[in-house]
Design a protein around this ligand. Structure first.
Ligand SMILES: *[C@@H]1O[C@H](CO)[C@@H](O)[C@H](O)[C@H]1NC(C)=O
Ligand SMILES: *[C@@H]1O[C@H](CO)[C@@H](O)[C@H](O)[C@H]1NC(C)=O
Ligand SMILES: *[C@@H]1O[C@H](CO)[C@@H](O)[C@H](O)[C@H]1NC(C)=O
Ligand SMILES: *[C@@H]1O[C@H](CO)[C@@H](O)[C@H](O)[C@H]1NC(C)=O
Length: 804
């Protein structure tokens, strides 16, 4: 959509840079594959004399051929390296092929095609996985030899990217082969949706006569009762909702979604749903097979009591189509323009009259004899604005447009005829809202002002919304006095000109990764690329407080005493915040790469900091989490740390890295690597967030590339494990889950890769975070049937069943 303008060149440059990067990445991969092969060769050379010696000494039985030989064969190594590379190439190809994002004015992102696309789901972590995919065992021979006499899972070790990951069966599981997994007794029920998609969607906030505000985020349309503070959810969309409109009956709604892709990256078909807001029943599904990529804007007709719906899709031609709402059939369709289209509306008094506007255009459409003809608005002596952002019909039938020059233009009855220009805002006019008596509200993009105008466009009142909420995205009238304001920083405010505004909905505005739950309160913390650290209350469903850091946060953990929380940032820096005073009480830096995990030992006497520089830094914690002193460093991973957990006795750490290693560390003994992983098989873990381990082997799909699961979390009861995947889903499995193809419950709602999941302190709720969809979902954990039934099922499969 970037048409011939100079804006194209920066995009080209960044595309070239992207290609160059991809080529460099490929070279990296080649090198590491080669290094891998060489290392395996060397290992081979070292092992052969050893094997010979042992055979001569009659020590043969200590070495079981399956495992070491398998992971050492050169024949295996090379093709594996190659296929890895081909895979990587395919992925980079996808990334290159991604559509360039169109930048709207004022740096606003207009169209985010990220939503749940598999290409995009390859987040930086995954790419680094590929680059650094070196070898599982840095100093391999030691472990391979010493553990060879032990028994890994015979027959079916876990494979990721075609290489085996050894798992050792804990002693309390005698019958691994016969183990049968059941689906968990627990289920999840969507309880609350945090967030509002104001950042890049327009006309996205309505008020029902029930007192519910209707808006959307990720794949969910939220109906939020602004006085009762309750939510209902319309959840029939399979990918991100992009637009929403209300029927003149004030009950029916229409919502359109983006196409998205399936698990294999194939594009799906977008559609519009017409649904009843009182019952949440879907009345019509419109446009399946007609719309391309997604649906950008929808509107009901008014003059005929809402008999028709018009839709603009996201194809290059931005097809404008008109549908019969009752029958769900297409009346007519026409290519509108190759330029970006922002809004479509029927003339409220004449349904044969439709208007569309967008980048450098406004079109007046006439529907006659089943076909649409357009007439372009002419700016004549007025400066042609770069964007026509929005328009409304006045009570007298004029059309008022708001544009990127900050003007409101009044268009006369004969289209293409500007009667008047009214200077309104500094920067864009982002939204216009017509009030009952003919007065008008306008909202500014840059000046963040809301101005009330009389029917003859004399300014009457104005106010400015606080900077932290961003620009005015959308204004909805509550009662002529009170209004709801959606903002570009994903907040919804409620208030009046006289009393000011308070936020009733807030959220993050960029990709989120860090999530931690409080050890004893209904509180959780989130952080992400928008540099915000937010503390939420799950019982009150609200943001408690939020602070903005200098760098962005990626991980966090509450100190077990519940008084402080530490947050790991993108630069190797980490901060400790006091939850009472909200102040930073400690500020440290380890290395200069991003931190991926912060984890306190169960008694709070140690803090482990996992970094992308491959080290785990361990700190002594004293003075109730206020003082930290470096205790040691776990050195041995050959790739970045992704996850780690402490043992229940607080003496050991289990860690995962970007190249799918599982390592164990003796922290009490000086942060030493435990070379014999077999000896850690019976260790009990205070938390389980490592995505690789015997107890969670079964959550992986066969043929996984190792990056499909971003996070997982065992419940405190140790009965279930929740999994966050790259395909927008949250899964719930029985814990432990050591068998492949384990049955599970799976939950939809997120619109991009789910980056994290955590249970609340008492396991009453699960929180999940959809990275780029900026949406936090709060799920209530339900236990089906009686607790007896649950325990019986649970312990049927496992000899030692931890009691909740
Ligand atoms: C690797 O093993 C060799 C020989 O066992 C040992 O001398 C060396 O210190 C080890 N290196 C690391 C990084 O553990
Ligand atoms: C809001 O609360 C009132 C009073 O408790 C109740 O009568 C009404 O049904 C509630 N409405 C919704 C939509 O929850
Ligand atoms: C850190 O903890 C270890 C183990 O508890 C202890 O031996 C050591 O003295 C502590 N160091 C400091 C500086 O507190
Ligand atoms: C979850 O369960 C479904 C249905 O039983 C199954 O198809 C799937 O492989 C399981 N695992 C995952 C990760 O989805």
């Amino acid at each position: 959509d970037v048409s011939g303008s100079s804006a194209e060149y920066p995009d080209r440059v960044s595309m070239m840079e992207g290609r160059l990067q991809a080529q460099e990445d490929e070279i990296m991969l080649l090198k590491s594959s080669l290094a891998d092969a060489l290392r395996r060769l060397r290992l081979h050379d070292q092992l052969i004399p050893l094997l010979k010696q042992q055979i001569i000494a009659g020590g043969w039985p200590t070495i079981r051929p399956q495992l070491p030989v398998q992971s050492l064969s050169l024949e295996d190594a090379l093709p594996e390296g190659m296929s890895l590379m081909e895979e990587a190439r395919a992925k980079f190809h996808h990334i290159q092929g991604l559509e360039l994002e169109e930048k709207d004015e004022e740096g606003e992102e207009k169209d985010l095609s990220w939503a749940s696309s598999v290409e995009e789901a390859i987040h930086p972590t995954a790419i680094r996985n590929l680059q650094r995919d070196d070898h599982q065992d840095p100093n391999g021979s030691t472990e391979s030899l010493s553990s060879a006499s032990q028994t890994p899972i015979s027959g079916s070790p876990m494979f990721i990217r075609g290489r085996p990951i050894t798992m050792y069966v804990p002693s309390n599981i005698q019958n691994y082969e016969d183990l049968r997994m059941e689906p968990p007794v627990e289920t999840l029920e969507l309880d609350w949706v945090y967030g509002y998609r104001g950042r890049d969607c327009r006309a996205n906030l309505y008020l029902l006569s029930s007192g519910e505000a209707v808006y959307f985020i990720a794949c969910v349309v939220v109906l939020y009762h602004i006085n009762n503070r309750t939510q209902r959810h319309y959840r029939k969309h399979t990918d991100c909702v992009r637009c929403l409109t209300i029927h003149p009956d004030k009950v029916r709604m229409a919502s359109g979604q983006t196409a998205g892709v399936d698990k294999d990256g194939k594009p799906l078909q977008p559609y519009v749903h017409i649904w009843d807001s009182s019952t949440l029943i879907t009345l019509q599904q419109i446009g399946l097979g007609t719309f391309e990529r997604g649906v950008g804007s929808v509107a009901f007709s008014f003059a005929d009591a809402g008999a028709f719906l018009c839709v603009i899709d996201d194809s290059n031609e931005h097809m404008l189509s008109v549908w019969d709402c009752a029958k769900g059939t297409k009346h007519t369709e026409v290519k509108s323009t190759n330029e970006a289209v922002f809004t479509v509306e029927f003339n409220p008094s004449d349904s044969t009259n439709i208007i569309t506007c967008g980048k450098s255009h406004i079109y007046f459409w006439t529907l006659s004899a089943g076909s649409l003809t357009k007439k372009q608005g002419i700016f004549g002596k007025y400066k042609k604005p770069k964007f026509i952002q929005c328009f409304v019909f006045s009570l007298t039938g004029d059309v008022l447009t708001g544009d990127s020059e900050g003007n409101i233009l009044t268009w006369g009855k004969s289209p293409g005829d500007i009667m008047r220009q009214t200077r309104a805002h500094d920067g864009s006019v982002f939204t216009l809202c017509m009030l009952q008596g003919g007065a008008l509200l306008s909202g500014g993009g840059k000046d963040r002002k809301i101005i009330r105008w009389s029917a003859d466009l004399a300014p009457e009142r104005e106010c400015e919304i606080p900077e932290k909420f961003g620009a005015v995205r959308c204004i909805t009238d509550v009662n002529g006095e009170e209004v709801l304001v959606g903002t570009t920083r994903n907040a919804i405010l409620r208030g009046t000109f006289s009393d000011g505004f308070v936020a009733i909905v807030q959220g993050h505005v960029d990709e989120m990764w860090g999530l931690a739950t409080h050890p004893s309160q209904d509180v959780f913390l989130t952080c992400g690329h928008d540099r915000q650290v937010c503390v939420w209350n799950t019982a009150e469903h609200k943001l408690d407080w939020c602070t903005t850091l200098e760098e962005y946060g990626l991980c966090a953990d509450f100190c077990p005493n519940g008084a402080v929380v530490s947050v790991g940032l993108s630069t190797g820096r980490w901060l400790v915040l006091d939850l009472q005073t909200k102040e930073v009480i400690s500020d440290y830096t380890d290395g200069n790469e991003q931190l991926s995990v912060m984890r306190y030992s169960p008694d709070g006497s140690f803090l482990a900091v996992g970094s992308h520089d491959n080290f785990i830094y361990v700190y002594n914690v004293t003075e109730c989490g206020r003082r930290y002193s470096r205790y040691g460093k776990c050195n041995g991973h050959s790739s970045f740390i992704t996850h780690l957990d402490w043992s229940k006795d607080g003496k050991y750490i289990m860690s995962n890295s970007g190249d799918y290693e599982i390592l164990y560390w003796d922290v009490a003994g000086g942060c030493k690597l435990l070379r014999n992983r077999y000896e850690s098989k019976d260790r009990e873990w205070a938390s389980y967030t490592c995505v690789l381990g015997f107890h969670v082997m079964g959550v992986w799909l066969e043929g996984s590339d190792g990056t499909d699961i971003n996070a997982l979390c065992r419940s405190h009861s140790e009965r279930v494990v929740a999994v966050a995947d790259d395909f927008c889903k949250v899964h719930l499995f029985q814990y432990p889950c050591p068998k492949p193809k384990a049955p599970n419950h799976s939950y939809e709602g997120h619109g991009s890769h789910v980056t994290n999941v955590r249970f609340t302190h008492c396991d009453s709720h699960l929180l999940s975070m959809g990275g780029k969809d900026t949406c936090i979902l709060q799920w209530e954990v339900k236990r089906a049937g009686t607790s007896d039934g649950g325990d019986r099922l649970h312990s049927a499969s496992f000899t030692s069943s931890p009691e909740p």
